[in-house]
Design a protein around this ligand. Structure first.
Ligand code: AR6
Length: 171
């Protein structure tokens, strides 16, 4: 079992699962979400629409995760999760931990071994990187110690600053 920290573009990762920092609509957006749908092609959105037409008619709740095809991405599945928007007045840390835990559980239910995560909530949702890194790394460490098919989690960070922050908090 291993945790890797790399700097780069998550859509270029050759892994079983790429985790998407989506929104509740599951119908696309900016940031990582935009990049995944752009590079993955229309198949991903088509599956997201089907999810919305079925079990997820009210959207995906914050902290939950669901899988689709990865379309043309060099992965087998995309696991979409919805991070919490940062709040200075309310502690939403448990929801950010849920995103990581539930994404890994969905990946394990598919039999995935390798999973790439972006820094969920740290872009458009404004979560401070230091805090996000601590929550992400501690939750993933805990989950990897449980009974799971996942053997490698790779955090793929945009830019040197984010990379350094995650690196320095690796247990
Ligand atoms: N590869 C790796 N990291 C990236 C990439 C990439 N291609 N692109 C951006 N990042 P964000 P959020 C970094 O905004 O904060 C969308 O509109 C970025 O620098 O993608 O969870 C959704 O639809 C940042 O550190 O996700 C939602 O509405 C991190 O990825 C909303 O944004 C996450 O930034 C979700 O916001």
């Amino acid at each position: 079992m291993a945790i890797e920290i790399v700097e780069g573009d998550i859509t270029a990762q050759q892994v079983d699962v790429i985790v998407n920092a989506a929104n509740s609509s599951l119908l696309g957006g900016g940031g990582v979400d935009g990049a995944i749908h752009r590079r993955g092609g229309p198949e991903i959105l088509a599956e997201c629409r089907k999810l919305r037409a079925g079990h997820y008619s009210r959207g995906l709740r914050v902290g939950q995760a669901v899988a689709t095809t990865a379309g043309r991405l060099p992965a087998r599945w995309v696991v979409h999760t919805v991070g919490p928007v940062w709040s200075a007045t309310e502690d939403r840390s448990s929801l950010l931990a849920d995103c990581h835990r539930n994404s890994l559980r969905v990946a394990a239910s598919l039999g995935a071994s390798t999973v790439a995560f972006p820094a969920i909530s740290t872009g458009i949702y404004r979560w401070p990187l230091e805090s996000a890194a601590e929550i992400a790394l501690s939750t993933v460490t805990e989950e990897l110690a449980s009974d799971t098919s996942v053997t490698l989690v790779r955090f793929v960070l945009f830019g040197q600053a984010a990379y350094d922050i995650f690196r320095s908090r690796l247990p």
